[in-house]
Design a protein around this ligand. Structure first.
Ligand SMILES: Cc1cc2nc3c(=O)[nH]c(=O)nc-3n(C[C@H](O)[C@H](O)[C@H](O)COP(=O)(O)OP(=O)(O)OC[C@H]3O[C@@H](n4cnc5c(N)ncnc54)[C@H](O)[C@@H]3O)c2cc1C
Length: 417
C-alpha cells in the first residue's frame, strides 16, 4: 500500500469525537481531531497550521512520544480495538511540511530581550513561541549542537538526526540567536545575564544518571546510562554480559544500543512486571525481538568483584498493594537472593539535575531536588523562569515542550507590564 493510502486509511478510522479525549491526553493539548479532519480532506498545510498553534515539534513528537500513555491511550477507538495511530499522522503532517516556515504571530513584545539557557526541547519550544511574539531571543547552549537529549541521548535507530536537525533549523530561522559552547556555571552566570536581558528561561535539563546506593556501585565497569548515551562513547562490550537496571525509555535505549555493540548478553533487570514498565510497549517488543533479555521482579542488592564487576546479586520481589491504593509496590522476598555472572552494570533508574549549579546561581529547589517554580514557571528570582526536566514532573519531550510554551506565555505577560 502507498504511504498516502495508509495515512488516509488511518485518518478515516478517526471518529473526530466532539469530546476530544485524545486532545485531553496530549500534554501539549494539540487539536488532534481537527488536524486529522484536515488530513482526511487532503489539506496537509492546514493540518500543519492546526498543529502549529500548540507545538513546534510535530515530526519529533509524532515519532517518540509515549503515545499509548498520552493521546492514543485516550482514543475512543482504543476501548474496543486499536486506537488511531495519531503519532504516525502527526509525524506525517510534520514531514510533509518540512520545508514550510513556522508561522509568525503578532508582535506583542518587540525590543525585549530574552535569554534561554539550554537548547533542548523545552528551550527550543520557548524560543519559538517567544520569537513568534516578537521577542529578541538568544539560546545559550553548552554543546556544539542544539536539541538536548534529542541529539545527545535518544539513539539514531529511534530518531533520525535529519528529522531533529530540520526541526531545529526551522525554529532557529525564526530569527533566534544561538550561542553554542556557553555553559552556565563556567563562562556564563545568571547575575550578568540578568543585567543584559529582560527575562531568562532556564531549561538546562536533568541528564545526570541516578545510581543505586548498593555495595559495589563504585567498581570499575559500573556506568550511568545517560552519560553513555549522551556522547555515544562506550566501553568494549563484545563477548561480555551486561546488566541494565531500570524499566523506562532510557533502560530500553541503552539495552538496544549495547546489543548493537556486540555484547554476549544484555539483561534488563526490573523490580516489577512487564506491564508496569514505564517504557512504551513498542520499544519493549523491539528490544525483545533484538534479543534483549528481561529479568522481571528482581532487585539489585550487590555488585561483586575485585576492582571490576564480576557478578551481581539479585533478590526476587513480589508485588504488594498498600491499603487504600491501587498501585502495587515491589517488596523483596526474604532469602530469595541469587547471583549471576556479569561484566558490566549500567544504571538507568532515573536522572537528576545539576543541583550544585542551581544552588550556586541562587535558585531554590523543591522537595524532590528540582528547580522550584510556581504555576507560571517563575523561579524564586524575579524575571527568571524555568521548565522542562529541570523542574521535574513527567520527564518527556511533550511535557518539556509544554513547559517551554507555557513559560513563554508567562514571560510575554511579564514583559508587557
Ligand atoms: C535516553 C533517553 C531516551 C528518552 N526517550 C524519550 C522518548 O522516547 N520520548 C519522550 O517523550 N521522552 C524521552 N526522553 C525524555 C526527554 O528526552 C526529556 O524529557 C527531554 O529531552 C527534556 O527536555 P529539556 O529541554 O528539559 O532538557 P534536555 O533535553 O536535557 O536539554 C537541556 C539542554 O541544556 C543544555 N545544558 C545543560 N547544562 C547546561 C549549562 N550549564 N549551560 C548551558 N546549557 C546547558 C544541554 O546541553 C541540553 O541541550 C528520553 C530521555 C533519555 C535520556
Amino acid at each position: 500500500m502507498e504511504k498516502i493510502d495508509e495515512i488516509m486509511e488511518i485518518a478515516n478510522y478517526c471518529l473526530n469525537c466532539k469530546t476530544k479525549p485524545c486532545q485531553n491526553g496530549c500534554p501539549l493539548g494539540n487539536n488532534i481531531p481537527e488536524f486529522i479532519k484536515c488530513v482526511k480532506e487532503d489539506k496537509l498545510e492546514e493540518a500543519f497550521n492546526v498543529l502549529q498553534e500548540t507545538t513546534v515539534l510535530s515530526s519529533i513528537c509524532g515519532r517518540i512520544c509515549p503515545h499509548s500513555k498520552q493521546c492514543e491511550g485516550n482514543c475512543v477507538r482504543g476501548i474496543k480495538g486499536k486506537p488511531v495511530d495519531i503519532g504516525l499522522l502527526e509525524s506525517f503532517v510534520g514531514d510533509a511540511n518540512k520545508d514550510k516556515n513556522i508561522n509568525l504571530k503578532e508582535n506583542l513584545v518587540s525590543n525585549k530581550k530574552v535569554a534561554i539557557i539550554g537548547g533542548g526541547p523545552s528551550g527550543l519550544t520557548a524560543a519559538a513561541f517567544l520569537a513568534r511574539s516578537g521577542c529578541n531571543v538568544t539560546i545559550y547552549e553548552k554543546e556544539e549542537k542544539l536539541g538536548g537529549i534529542l541529539n545527545y541521548g535518544i539513539p539514531d535507530f529511534r530518531l533520525d538526526k535529519k528529522v531533529i536537525n530540520n526541526t531545529i533549523e526551522k525554529i532557529v530561522d525564526l530569527g533566534i540567536n544561538v550561542k553554542n559552547g556557553y555553559i552556565l556555571g563556567e563562562n556564563l552566570n545568571l547575575e550578568n545575564l540578568k543585567k543584559e536581558y529582560d527575562a531568562i528561561y532556564l531549561a538546562f535539563g536533568a541528564n545526570n544518571s541516578c545510581f543505586m546506593d548498593v555495595e559495589g556501585k563504585d567498581l570499575e565497569n559500573v556506568y550511568g546510562a545517560n552519560e553513555l548515551l549522551k556522547y555515544n562513547e562506550h566501553p568494549d562490550y563484545s563477548g561480555k554480559d551486561v546488566a541494565i537496571i531500570g524499566g523506562g525509555n532510557v533502560a530500553i535505549d541503552i539495552a538496544r544500543t549495547v546489543k548493537r555493540l556486540n555484547a554476549k548478553s544484555v539483561n534488563i533487570i526490573y523490580r516489577r512486571e512487564e506491564k508496569q514498565m514505564p517504557a512504551e510497549p513498542k520499544e519493549i517488543n523491539d528490544a525483545k525481538n533484538e534479543g534483549v533479555n528481561f529479568i522481571h521482579k528482581a532487585n539489585l542488592v550487590k555488585i561483586i568483584g575485585n576492582n571490576r564487576v564480576e557478578k551481581i546479586e539479585l533478590i526476587k520481589t513480589e508485588l504488594v498493594k498498600k491499603e487504600g491504593e491501587t498501585r502495587e509496590y515491589p517488596v523483596n522476598i526474604e532469602n530469595s537472593n541469587y547471583q549471576i555472572n556479569m561484566d558490566y552494570v549500567i544504571m538507568a533508574i532515573g536522572s537528576k539535575i545539576n543541583k550544585k549549579l542551581a544552588i550556586e546561581n541562587g535558585l531554590e529547589l523543591n522537595e524532590k531536588g528540582y528547580v522550584k517554580v510556581d504555576e507560571n514557571y517563575n523561579t524564586n528570582i524575579e524575571g527568571v523562569f524555568a521548565g522542562g526536566d529541570l523542574i521535574g514532573g513527567k520527564c518527556t519531550v511533550a511535557w518539556a515542550s509544554k513547559a517551554g510554551r507555557e513559560a513563554a506565555k508567562s514571560i510575554i505577560k511579564y514583559l508587557q507590564f
